[in-house]
Structure formats: C-alpha cells, structure tokens
Ligand binder design. Structure first.
Ligand code: XIL
Length: 319
C-alpha cells in the first residue's frame, strides 16, 4: 500500500487525516491531495470552527469558514474531526474574565449548542475542550476557569453530549505525548474528576507538535497512552508536525524527521486504543509553523512544491 489512509486502514487504524485551512481551498494542486480519500480518511478545519470564527460577537454565529471545510468531507465521505469548542486561544475578546459563574455557564452552553448543533451528525469527533492544563500541571487561568473553576470542563462536555450525542468527545492538548510529566499527570487527574462529575469524555487527543531529533520515542509515547487508556476509550494524535530547527533541512535532517514520524506512527499502531493520526497540514506550503516559530519549519510530509519527503515514504513502508 502506498497511500496514507489506505495504509492506515490496512494497519488497523480508523483513519489517517490532515488539517485543512481555508486559504488552501482555491489551490487545485493542494485540493487534489486533500480530497484524495486514499491519502486522507479524515479532515479537520484548522481554524474555521474556533470560537473567534463562529461567534466573534455574542450571539451572532457564522459558519462560512467551517462549512467550507466540512463540505469537503460531505462530498468525499471523509470523516470530519471537529475542532474546537472551548479554548482560551482564538477566543473573541467579549468572552472576558468579567462574568459570573452563571453567566459563563450560559455563554458556554449557548456557544456549544449553536456550533455543535450546526455540525450535528457531521463530526466523527469534537475537540470539546482544548489546552486547559499548563505545563506545570496547574489549570490554565482562562476566562472560563476564572468564572467556573474546573466545572467549566464538566459543563462543556455535558452540553456537547446533549447537543451531538453521536460525536466522540475529546479533550485535546499539547505536551502530553512524552511520558510522563506534570501535565500528563494533571490531565489524567482532570479527566477522572470530570468523568466522576458525570460528563462523558470519549477520547484524549495528543497534538504532537514536535522538533526533529527531539521528538518523543515510541516507548515514551506508548507509556503515555497506556496511562491515558485507563481513563478513556480512544486516543488519537490530532495535530502532528515535526519541525526542523534549522532551515533549509539537509538530506540527513529529513532522514531524522522520517525516523521521528515513524516513532509516532508506530506508537499509535501498537496502542490498542489509538484510532488515528492527523497531521497539522500535509504540505510545508500551508504549515502554521514558520508563522509561529520564526526560522523553524519544513515540518510536514510533503514539501512546499508537493514532493513527498522521506517521512512520507517511511510511513507507507511500515507495512
Ligand atoms: C493554529 C492554526 O493552524 C493557525 O492557522 C492559527 O493561526 C493558530 O492556530 N494547537 C491547536 C490548533 O489546537 O488549533 C492550532 O492551530 C495549533 C496549536
């Protein structure tokens, strides 16, 4: 097998997916690959479903950007991983820290009922809450937490479950890949607490943004998944990219990158609850990395001219 999703399904996963962002939609070369169901069995809107895009002012909902990507999945039959309902980042300014617990509870409920309601039945999974824990294991002091404490997470998952009962509900975060750090332990505890309070959490999404040569090993990844498997039914790598720290990458650097990708993919294959892998875009042309980490990049499986890199071939030769 020589294409990613075909390969992933043959290997026992549910999908191999990619993020897609709106600026790429008018690029025909890009779209040919993004819509190729042998390459990608799942797509995720990179930005369109976030709070700042769906409810930039209170009570006024807009779905154009998210729909443009959801519609691809409708046409191709690809799964849609929906991303994300409650996150401190790309949060519109009006969701500020000045609300009471009751007010925030209503704000979150209205947001989720509308957005998850709009996409009801279309999402294989929803990243209901994103990035709620800090690296040191403390809860992130975002406006939702300030108003409600950890109850905001329980509340968000309960409303999501009521609104779209068939979507798998995920908690999603970064730096929870490599076993075991304070953030992983705190995430594990948080999931247990929220479930004990009566909410359904089906899965944990591990983003997996990492750096060539410093990326977690298969063993470290599997140890984390063994721990998380105690508290959820599904695990997934949701935003994989492995960036070079020095550009342009040499041939040797790209071989190392291929090894690093293989560790992640191998870990998912060997973890019984790992259902799939999503890359946070598949071509360096649209990767968010250079915009976020100045001087770093070339983190994807295809280069900016749409040549497949060694990391691509290493994945499809795993079988
Ligand atoms: C990123 C997008 O790719 C960028 O286009 C945007 O400017 C910022 O957000 N963790 C997440 C994703 O959960 O939503 C982020 O996506 C990358 C980090």
């Amino acid at each position: 097998t020589c294409q990613l999703d075909k390969w992933a399904k043959a290997a026992g996963l549910k999908y191999f997916g990619t993020a897609v962002d709106n600026p790429a939609l008018n690029n025909q070369g890009y779209m040919k690959i993004a819509r190729d169901t042998d390459e990608f069995g799942s797509i995720t809107p990179a930005n369109g479903q976030k709070w700042s895009n769906t409810e930039s002012s209170q009570g006024r909902f807009s779905y154009g950007s998210g729909d443009a990507i959801a519609n691809i999945a409708k046409q191709t039959g690809q799964l849609l991983r929906c991303h994300t309902l409650v996150w401190y980042n790309q949060l519109p300014g009006w969701v500020s820290s000045s609300y009471s617990k009751d007010q925030m509870q209503r704000i979150i409920a209205t947001h989720i009922q509308n957005v998850a309601g709009h996409y009801k039945g279309q999402c294989y999974a929803w990243d209901v809450v994103n990035e709620a824990v800090e690296d040191d294991g403390k809860m992130r002091q975002n406006p939702m937490y300030k108003a409600m404490g950890i109850d905001y997470i329980t509340h968000s998952f309960k409303i999501a479950a009521q609104t779209d009962p068939t979507a798998k509900l995920y908690y999603n975060d970064f730096n929870i890949e490599r076993c075991c750090n304070a953030k992983i332990n705190a995430t594990y505890d948080m999931i247990k607490t929220v479930k004990a309070a009566g909410a359904r959490i089906d899965g944990i999404g591990m983003q997996g943004h990492s750096r060539v040569g410093k990326s977690p090993s298969k063993k470290e990844l599997k140890d984390t998944m063994a721990k998380f498997s105690q508290v959820v039914d599904e695990l997934a790598y949701t935003e994989i990219d492995i960036r070079h720290l020095k550009l342009p990458a040499s041939a040797a650097d790209n071989q190392q990158q291929a090894k690093d990708y293989l560790e992640v993919v191998g870990a998912c294959l060997e973890a019984p609850k790992c259902v799939g892998i999503t890359v946070w875009d598949f071509t360096d042309q649209y990767s968010w990395i250079p915009g976020q980490y100045s001087g770093e990049g070339e983190a994807c499986l295809w280069d900016r001219s749409y040549n497949k890199k060694p990391a691509y071939s290493s994945i499809v030769s795993l079988l």
